[in-house]
Design a protein around this ligand. Structure first.
Ligand SMILES: Cc1cc2nc3c(=O)[nH]c(=O)nc-3n(C[C@H](O)[C@H](O)[C@H](O)COP(=O)(O)OP(=O)(O)OC[C@H]3O[C@@H](n4cnc5c(N)ncnc54)[C@H](O)[C@@H]3O)c2cc1C
Length: 415
């Protein structure tokens, strides 16, 4: 059978799938339909215009943990096409890469145009036909497994294989055409956002960066470790973005109004912190609590926590000075220990992180055979990329999911 394949969506997953279909089936006719006039728009702006195309993590268990949704299924697929193969693929096409100390992988040019350029050139070299300005609004399964694509203006195209790579849809209505075919849709909601903590004095610490913090959502078991950045509107940084990703559904259910608990030490418990404070008090009785800081945190945060816990006192000239360690009674030590490991903030709303966001939700993996990426409902229909209910924290993992699922879908295997 000669293959006449359509790829709906000219993004990362769409281009990669189309190129791989041509590699697997050189005789195949492959057409990408893109609704915009420009292809690969998101890849162009990804990673702040530098494109963090993957993450060099080699431990597949660790890698899978970056995906709050889809990690289990991806872990198996990474054995076939994971970060190592992705890096090899781009290098083999003449795109030198650099791996940062945090494992994020970028083109050496530090310009996403190196990635979009190679995908466009490679698609053109192997004869992929790209049709822009064409929005596909429906798929009609026909006889003998054929699939008819319906276009907005009423034009119809017939194919025998179709890969849907339309990316994340922020609205449920955008997924109706796939639901109508019988696929289960997980409500699309945002992931990867920062937390607004309006009018809280902590925002006066804007600009400070605390490493090795742990943050959790009160009343849940959702927890994340990493660096935390205090901003003029609230909190951001990897620990908060991870929390927004792991807790995307719970946070949405709470109407983006919830309490977070911060452990400024990362993972110490109350007993350990209390002991450290007591030892510090004993060793430095005459020193001011502000000048003998027993934890690895910025001086500004330390003083903020002391003030918040009334460990600063007014002086005769009206200014404030920290108490001496010998003046801090066990009640004060306990209060401070609690503030260090269980500091609470009321989050009210979210903000975008550098315009970067991913959609949590999409076509449920229950409707897909995840070893072929073929629909369980419509034969010869495949899915790849963010349209699926797969998403990850920041660090190149989302694009990796697009490359991996596109690679598998492009085999066009029937389940
Ligand atoms: C600002 C920003 C920065 C990011 N940076 C990174 C990063 O550095 N690293 C990382 O791993 N991830 C990053 N991400 C996430 C990553 O870009 C996405 O997960 C990835 O692009 C998903 O690829 P995709 O091909 O599935 O979807 P998309 O790239 O969104 O492509 C889908 C394409 O389908 C088209 N389309 C949609 N519907 C139709 C239709 N009905 N008919 C025809 N065409 C249609 C769209 O116009 C689009 O071109 C970033 C996201 C954003 C928003």
């Amino acid at each position: 059978m000669s293959i006449n394949a359509a790829v709906i969506g000219g993004g990362a997953a769409g281009f990669f799938a189309a190129i791989e279909v041509k590699r697997n089936f050189p005789q195949a006719q492959v057409t990408i339909f893109e609704k915009n006039n420009q292809v690969l728009r998101k890849v162009s702006v990804s990673g702040g215009g530098r494109c963090n195309l993957t993450n060099a993590c080699t431990d597949l268990d660790e890698l899978a943990k970056a995906y709050p949704r889809g990690g289990k299924q991806l872990k198996h697929l990474f054995r076939e096409f994971g970060p190592e193969q992705t890096m090899e693929w781009f290098k083999s096409k003449g795109v030198p890469l650099v791996v940062q100390p945090d494992n994020c992988v970028f083109p050496r040019s530090q310009d996403s145009a190196s990635i979009t350029g190679i995908l466009i050139r490679e698609a053109s070299r192997c004869g992929v036909h790209v049709v822009t300005g064409t929005k596909i609004t429906g798929i009609r399964p026909g006889p003998q497994g054929s699939l008819t694509l319906e276009q907005e203006q009423g034009t119809q195209y017939e194919f025998n294989k179709v890969i849907v790579t339309t990316g994340g849809s922020p609205r449920k209505e955008g997924l109706l055409w796939l639901k109508e075919l019988g696929h289960q849709i997980m409500d699309p909601i945002p992931s990867l956002f920062t937390f607004n903590i309006p009018s809280d004095p902590v925002t006066q610490l804007q600009g400070i960066v605390e490493e090795h913090v742990s943050a959790s959502i009160q009343g849940t078991r959702i927890k994340a470790h990493g660096t935390l950045l205090i901003t003029h509107w609230g909190m951001s940084g990897p620990a908060i973005l991870k929390l927004s990703s792991f807790g995307a559904r719970e946070i949405q259910k709470k109407g983006y109004d919830f309490t977070i608990n911060i452990n400024w030490t990362g993972n110490m418990d109350q007993e350990t912190v209390t002991q450290i404070l007591e030892q510090t008090a004993k060793a430095n009785p005459e020193k001011r609590v502000s000048s003998a800081k027993p934890f690895n945190m910025t001086q500004r945060l330390w003083e903020y926590l002391l003030e918040k816990n009334r460990l600063f006192a007014n002086t005769s000239d009206g200014s404030q000075t920290a108490r001496k360690w010998k003046e801090i009674k066990s009640k004060g030590i306990n209060r401070l220990a609690e503030a260090i490991i269980n500091d609470q903030y009321q989050v009210k709303g979210k903000s975008r992180f550098r315009q970067e966001f991913v959609t949590c939700g999409g076509v449920s993996l229950k409707s897909i055979n995840t070893s072929t990426m073929e629909s369980k409902i419509v034969p010869n229909l495949y899915f790849a990329g963010e349209i699926l209910d797969i998403d990850a924290i920041t660090g190149g993992y989302n694009l990796q999911a697009a490359w991996t699922t596109a690679f598998i879908a492009a085999k066009l295997k029937n389940s």
